[in-house]
Design a protein around this ligand. Structure first.
Ligand code: SAM
Length: 274
């Protein structure tokens, strides 16, 4: 990692500890993000300063687990940012028509617990003008735990997450999920279009000839040193004429703007012009 290693008494000391002793690569992420997550754990443990928190980490396996959990950015949802999904329909229709015979290749990178790629699979089935059988979705994430949850395809309504509400953009949610009380199981017909695989988007390089790539809500956390490399990976993965979708607060870096034409600017949908 590029940051200089600090003493035990400051934030950098905690970050160094994480790098050495927790299965997480802090060097990928920006310091503001790491600082916020560490500060939240310090508050939970009533640690007065970074040195005290580091001492807790040294002694306490459970705190190391809790910190790993806090550092893993796993927030996601079905149809997160519904306006984007509405703007995506015409793109999907076009791809389905244009690439109908060969298939439409989609990369959901990163996919977290699977709700993003399953949303796409459901949307394709829900839209009369899209042939969902053309869709092949490869969904990747660095977190094995997230991928296990994704493969299981079971989601629960809790105090903070209303799965029924998340599925409301669909005309007939029951066609795609089986509900038992608060638990929603994604049906096999939806799951069969998605393949999950472990992938480090910074280290593992590009895919090829993707028609549509989602890279939402990862770039915001990534340190500027790695952002360019990650964006290169995305660019090389998309065929000319294919599409890229970023998260709501993410943008194409200035030196690549010429190759990405906004299709729906607010929704962060771009066409790669090659
Ligand atoms: C906030 S979620 C985004 C999920 C989904 N795209 C969305 O917008 O709802 C970020 C995901 O990035 C994954 N992640 C973090 N670093 C990664 C890396 N280097 N390569 C692949 N995935 C990574 C995390 O495990 C997490 O599941």
């Amino acid at each position: 990692m590029s940051r200089t290693r600090g003493g035990a008494g400051d934030l950098q000391g905690v970050i160094d500890f994480v790098e050495d002793r927790v299965p997480f690569e802090p060097g990928y992420y920006n310091e503001a993000y790491l600082g916020r997550r560490i500060a939240a754990r310090m508050q939970r443990r009533d640690a007065e300063d970074h040195a005290e928190y580091r001492a807790i980490l040294e002694d306490d396996d459970e705190e190391r687990e809790a910190l790993l959990d806090a550092l893993t950015i796993n927030v996601t949802g079905f149809f997160r940012d519904p306006d984007m999904w509405a703007d995506l329909r015409p793109v999907l229709r076009e791809l389905s028509e244009e690439n109908g015979r060969g298939g439409v290749d989609v990369w959901s990178a990163p996919c977290a617990d699977g709700r993003e790629p399953y949303s796409l699979s459901m949307l394709a089935a829900d839209d009369d003008e899209v042939n969902e059988r053309h869709l092949r979705i490869t969904a990747v994430d660095i977190s094995e735990e997230a991928l296990d949850a994704a493969r299981a395809g079971m989601y629960e309504t809790t105090r903070t997450t209303d799965i029924g509400d998340e599925l409301s953009p669909l005309s007939d949610p029951e066609a795609y999920v089986e509900q038992q009380e608060d638990v929603f199981r994604v049906r096999e017909s939806v799951r069969s279009r998605v393949t999950f695989e472990p992938y480090d988007l910074i280290r593992d390089g590009p895919k090829a000839d993707m028609d549509l790539v989602f890279c939402r809500n990862l770039l915001i956390y990534i340190d500027s040193e790695y952002k360019g490399r990650l964006f290169e990976t995305l660019r090389e993965s998309i065929r000319p004429g294919g599409y890229l979708v970023l998260g709501k607060t993410e943008t194409v870096p200035p030196d690549m703007r010429e190759s990405f034409e906004p299709v729906a600017k607010r929704s962060r949908i771009y066409q790669y012009t090659g």
